[in-house]
Design a protein around this ligand. Structure first.
Ligand code: WT7
Length: 664
């Protein structure tokens, strides 16, 4: 369970003091920056008024709202009485305003194929696909599952759902059939949208086959719409499965945007908590769109007429929802969408299956060719770039870049400095943005034309958002370490956990009465800057993605040979944290290399490759307290190669030496 702030935070504090420098926005940047006046923070103090002003400025409402906020903890209703449509705001109104010829999406497939889609073309596709959904009997309020690669059709599907007011739930393409089953059944989705496969690391990676396996256990799905991305052989079930291109050819581009209530459910997105069952995080329409559009415009200093903005996240995560699709398109931005991974075989440099021979400059090549102005990526990617060396970005002209962003986990100062020097040419401000699936949009970040940044610090809350660091008792800490809490409602806040209102309250609002508890440790320095220190609960952060220890433990004990399991996330130089599993084998099983391999693979099959433990260690006993709780802290100490902390509460004092014997 949760540790005290000291034990949770100690290991990492030192590394955060490596760079004791501040970086002020450069005169070149501030000369044309959108926001340069810190009084915006004063405006944000009257937060209802601030957000109401932004909502009317950024969004076209079919009907204006009469009340900005109704707040009855933990339930918030923003912009009450307002009617709007997200797809209308992302598309129609831009075309009506005469910018239909502006590029909405520059798509680059992994094999190197490209497509350029204007706002007018995207609107046409979205209208058509909305008609397809209507023809399939999908109604406003029905849930639709989207399980797709990073191709424009994924955005079309999302926007068509929004146009109809049919909430979508995206399942990351790397997730397994089991994950699909849980999510589809919890959401009771009626239609699934997928592709035969998507290109990943030089090969088609199958999606439809996973849908086929999952659907044997998903009674609510009536139809599957399949994009033919890779021309692979797939089985099409008569009467259930339909090709995207056939349906689109037969549909008219005539479906109007349905005006929905400001609090209408826009989407569900499942995320890991401290239990094995992922939570369906609920995001609604008006508040969500206001905060993602505002933060996208101001945090990235967006100039929609001239910028080419690239967020390299997958559309299946919240970052893709908010900062590839909804924020940027609401703002009329041109976005780059790239299907593959940063290291990937290029046609000309293909070298079999050996990643050592793959191009490691694909990202820099894309930035040069599209003249990308803002890049938003993750620390885990930046650390991989560091490993590949500065010669890779140096091969390319990156002078179009004017701002860099980071998200997903704490960025270590070394990676920040590398990003600053080698990608930003010491010229681009870096925005380290803290937020969560639950917050929907950015919460803590520098504002690039205003904030003096410190490498490794996300700086402070945006205007209109209020955070405090508290100690174990919930008392505010003004300097030093503690827990990050949010003290006032904000527009993009999750509205609940799907079908589990008590879980919503218990998870976020019960630990510190009156406050939202984010689950993160944080430190406030002498200047009031926030340093996010990672999770303090049983949630791991692997390459910027949340996976719960319990989820992996359940997958481990699901293997026939495993009797008991304990999982910890230990610091990893590349992925932030890596998963270590400690298992007690059932009698009759020998801890052979093959068996350990099979157990690791079993977890990947159950949960997806991202959850495959880096190491599984067979042990004869697990460190437990007298009341039977596993002492993860000790396992983490061991996985990270540290001296063991306090062992006095261990039921069996000898157990740790046995374990360290077996993992050696
Ligand atoms: C958790 C949320 C936000 C979209 C991607 C992840 C960690 C996220 C930062 C940052 C330090 C960060 C936190 C948070 N996190 N951004 N800039 N600095 N930590 O969304 O999967 O919901 O994960 O990611 O621990 O709680 P998510």
């Amino acid at each position: 369970m949760a540790q005290s702030p000291e034990s949770a935070l100690s290991g990492s504090i030192d590394s955060y003091q490596v760079e004791d420098r501040k970086f002020a926005p450069s005169p070149e940047f501030t000369a044309s920056a959108r926001l340069t006046d810190p009084s915006i923070y004063t405006d944000g103090e009257d937060y209802e008024n601030f957000w109401a002003t932004q909502a009317r400025d950024l969004i076209t409402w079919f009907e204006d709202f009469h009340t900005t906020l109704e707040w009855d903890l933990p339930n918030a209703r923003w912009f009450v009485g307002g009617k709007l449509n997200v797809a209308y705001n992302c598309l129609d109104r831009h075309v009506e305003a005469g910018i239909g010829d502006r590029v909405a999406i520059y798509f680059e497939g992994e094999p190197g194929d490209t497509r350029t889609i204007t706002y007018a073309e995207l609107l046409d596709d979205v209208k058509r696909f909305t008609r397809v959904l209507i023809n399939l009997g999908v109604e406003t309020g029905d849930r639709v599952c989207i399980y797709m690669p990073m191709i424009p059709e994924a955005a079309v599907a999302m926007l068509a759902c929004a146009r109809l007011g049919a909430p979508h739930t995206l399942v990351f393409g790397g997730f397994s059939p089991d994950s699909l089953i849980d999510r589809i059944n919890d959401a009771e989705a009626v239609v699934a949208i997928t592709a035969d496969a998507g290109y990943r690391k030089g090969k088609p990676s199958g999606l439809k086959t996973n849908i086929d396996v999952a659907l044997a256990d998903c009674p609510t799905i009536r139809n599957v719409v399949v994009v033919n991305r890779c021309d692979t052989d797939v089985e099409m079930t008569e009467g259930r499965d339909l090709w995207w291109h056939d349906l689109m050819a037969d549909a008219d581009a005539d479906a109007d945007a349905v005006p929905v209530d400001s609090e209408h459910l826009l989407y569900l997105l499942y995320t890991s908590g401290t239990t094995a069952k992922p939570k369906g995080v609920m995001h609604t329409t008006g508040g969500y769109l206001t905060q993602v559009a505002w933060t996208h415009r101001e945090v990235f200093d967006l100039k929609p007429e001239s910028d080419i903005y690239w967020c390299s996240a997958d559309i299946g995560w919240v970052t893709g929802h908010s900062y590839i699709v909804y924020g940027p398109l609401t703002n009329g931005a041109s976005v780059v969408m790239y299907e593959g991974t940063p290291d990937t075989p290029r046609e000309s440099e293909r070298n079999g299956d050996d990643p050592a021979g793959w191009a490691k400059d694909r990202m820099w090549d894309i930035i040069e060719r599209y003249k990308v102005t803002q890049l938003y990526t993750a620390p885990t990617a930046i650390r991989a770039f560091m490993k590949w060396g500065e010669a890779e970005p140096a091969k390319h002209d990156l002078s179009s870049l004017r701002l860099l962003g980071s998200v997903g986990e704490p960025i270590n100062p070394e990676a920040w400095m590398w990003y600053h020097r080698n990608i930003g040419a010491e010229r681009c401000p870096i925005v380290d943005t803290w937020w969560q699936t639950e917050t929907g949009g950015i919460m803590i970040t520098p504002l690039p034309g205003i904030t003096e940044t410190k490498p490794g610090s996300a700086c402070r809350a945006i205007p209109g958002v209020f955070v405090e660091v508290v100690d174990d008792e919930g008392n505010e800490v003004t300097e030093g370490g503690g827990y990050l809490t949010i003290t006032k409602p904000f527009p993009a806040m999750l509205r609940g956990v799907w079908k589990a209102p008590e879980r919503f309250f218990d998870t976020y609002w019960s630990r510190y009465p009156g406050r939202y508890f984010a689950g993160d440790g944080a430190r406030l320095d002498e200047d009031g800057y926030l340093w996010l220190m990672g999770r303090v609960d049983d949630v791991m952060n692997i390459s910027g993605h949340r996976i719960s220890t319990t989820e992996v433990e359940s997958a481990l004990v699901d293997h026939d040979a495993v009797a008991e399991a304990a999982v910890v996330g230990a610091a990893d130089p590349l992925t932030g944290q890596a998963i270590y599993g400690y298992v007690i084998l059932r009698g009759g099983n020998e801890p052979s290399e093959e068996l350990i391999e099979e157990i690791r693979r079993h977890v990947a099959t159950k949960l997806g490759a991202i959850a495959r433990p880096k190491q599984v260690v067979a042990v004869t006993d697990l460190p437990k307290t007298r009341s039977g709780k596993i002492m993860r802290r000790l396992l983490r100490d061991m996985a990270e190669g540290r001296e063991l902390g306090d062992t006095t509460t261990l039921a069996d004092a000898g157990v740790m030496s046995q374990i360290s014997g077996s993992s050696a």
